[in-house]
Unconditional design. Structure first.
Length: 87
């Protein structure tokens, strides 16, 4: 996966408290677009498919998640196992 940003001025980048990943938010509408993290020599990313236009058909219903109890190591391992390798 590769993030191709056609209008970089429209993407706000933010790192939450643990600073483990860079989150990308649309500067125009505030929608969460995706995130990227580096892990050693690798990088992993995730996109919010519900922010795509047109939105893909047949998506599962969103599930509320709570990662509040994770430490930095657990958070990185979870993302490496679920996120997509990227550049």
């Amino acid at each position: 996966m590769e993030f191709l940003i056609h209008e970089p001025a429209l993407i706000s980048r933010y790192r939450f408290g643990l600073r483990t990943a860079e989150f990308m938010v649309c500067a125009r509408c505030g929608a969460y677009v995706g995130a990227r993290m580096e892990a050693g020599q690798s990088a992993y990313g995730i996109i919010n498919v519900r922010a795509l236009s047109p939105m893909p058909v047949g998506l599962a219903d969103p599930v509320r998640m709570n990662y509040e109890g994770e430490d930095v190591g657990a958070r990185g391992r979870r993302r490496e196992s679920r996120w997509t390798p990227c550049r």
